[in-house]
Write a protein of this length. Structure first.
Length: 266
């Protein structure tokens, strides 16, 4: 077994300016404000791209490492997704978030009348989503010269972060926050380090299911980590209620968990 951590969270300790040190702290996480990345289209796929400060220590140390940000069903249109991608760039990583839904992302509330979750997911299964992610990985490697790619996925995207550290898929390390629809076969097929940030209350990753996932990871041969955050619900790593100190802390710590995971394995 290669479980690196079963702790409830990982801790940040650095307090220096992030262009001057290797460590990061929660101050680089933007919960509100205007996204600062740019949107480009490549191979008919929209990409939200957030670039690091070239003078940062991490950008200098890992110039050929990048993060592919795989969103929840709200897609790259959701401000919180763009802001979180910007935060990874502030941590020193080129970060690219592809439009996984071809302009058909869910609106801010999937419970609104008329939104059919089952139909939406059926239209965006692996046969449609995998080629989009594969194209984004190819873009990172061919256009930016990236050698190592970490996939960070949220809810819908969490499943695909695991899928793309499978054999020959192109990813090098995976992080998934409150993943949904993650299958046993997808867990067993991973060939790279994989970490999960789990919510205390999550109908998609219940305590029983989390135990099953941990057991499957424990039977594998790659490093893994599962962290559980108290006082959080499904979606917290992106759409936490930041007026609640516990939820805000959980979101920030899940972000730091991802950064440290990629620092270790990219």
């Amino acid at each position: 077994m290669h479980a690196l951590s079963l702790a409830t969270a990982l801790f940040a300790t650095a307090t220096l300016a992030h262009t001057d040190c290797k460590s990061v702290d929660a101050s680089i996480v933007r919960h509100t404000g205007y996204p600062v990345g740019v949107e480009e289209t490549h191979s008919n796929i929209r990409l939200y791209i957030a670039k690091p400060d070239a003078s940062s220590v991490r950008a200098k140390e890992k110039p050929t490492s990048a993060i592919l940000y795989l969103t929840d069903v709200f897609g790259i249109e959701l401000a919180e997704n763009r802001l979180l991608a910007d935060s990874f760039a502030r941590a020193g990583y080129l970060t690219v978030a592809p439009d996984l839904f071809n302009n058909e992302h869910a609106t801010g509330d999937i419970n609104v009348p008329g939104f059919n979750t089952s139909a939406f997911l059926a239209r965006h299964g692996p046969e449609v989503t995998d080629p989009i992610i594969a194209s984004a990985i190819n873009h990172l490697r061919t256009v930016y010269g990236i050698k190592k790619i970490g996939l960070t996925g949220y809810c819908f995207g969490g499943r695909y972060s695991f899928r793309f550290v499978g054999e020959g898929k192109g990813g090098d390390a995976a992080f998934a926050a409150h993943p949904s629809l993650l299958g046993n076969d997808e867990i067993q097929a991973i060939k790279g380090p994989a970490a999960i940030a789990a919510a205390e209350t999550d109908g998609m990753l219940t305590p029983a299911r989390k135990s099953e996932v941990e057991a499957l990871l424990g039977k594998g041969t790659v490093p893994w980590s599962v962290s559980l955050y108290s006082g959080t619900n499904h979606g917290f790593a992106v759409r936490a209620n930041i007026s609640d100190p516990e939820q805000k802390w959980g979101k920030e710590e899940a972000f730091l968990q991802a950064v440290r995971w990629f620092d270790r394995f990219l």
